[in-house]
Design a protein around this ligand. Sequence first.
Ligand SMILES: [Zn+2]
Length: 296
Amino acid sequence: MKKHILGEFSIDRIVESEGAFAALQWIIPQITKDDIDANADWLKPLFVDGANNAMMSFHSYVLRTRRHTILIDTCVGNDKPRPNRPSWHLQNYDYLQAMARIGVHPDEIDFVCCTHLHADHVGWNTQLVNQQWVPTFAKAKYVFSQTEYSHWEHAHRSAIATNQPVPNHGSFADSILPVVDAGQAVMVADDFEFEEGVYLQAARGHTPGNCILHAHSQGAHGVFSGDILHTPAQLINLSWPSHFCHDAQASEASRKAMVHSLADTSSLLFAAHFPSPVAGRIVSHKDQFRFQGLTS
Ligand SMILES: [Zn+2]
């Protein structure tokens, strides 16, 4: 995705990794091989490869307004111990170099916005310096939904108290708590407004406090949808949750509300894991929806 202009705003993508991630039928347990075959004309090869793996990207968006530079979702991160997910374990991505290539220094980030607190959305919140996890973005406020934070804080502390494995691969300890300890976390209501036209909206289900972020400028509109849709293949049947959804029914309601509001409009979707061309529009097609990526 090249820099995208949305009214007075600009949007860049920082790619951490991109490619075949896992079997589509693992990501979306309810999709059948017949479903994939029936939609191969638009799913393949961009969104699903020849072996029916989901093509996915792990990336952040940088939304620049006149007033603020906002980093949306922070991927997996470097040096994070994730032994149960080998592809995320002790990584050494060139994420900060990629940020430099779009002309952004970490100290220029005003807000970090995590749509939810799964391990692949919080990783660059911190980095390892002298064996300590410290906030990567020294001058940023890190905006967390209070609902989301409270859920995972309770889950994390309960797991420790009962000697159970901690949730989310341990990311609460290495990617959230150091930000809180540094005084940079801001727990917000689910309709938090960063500035006029840039605000959160609750979209429950994928996680208990999952949010999406809207950006409006000069009549243009984009939605940073996190994991409401993991892959465009979920548009075939909006009732299909992903493997990772906390509450399938709530996630279905959130997915339907968002997709119906965007379909056949000029609004752009910026999902957290869609592969190149990444940004695009949702269009209705017969009795389902499809994703049309922007070509530039
Ligand atoms: Zn994710």
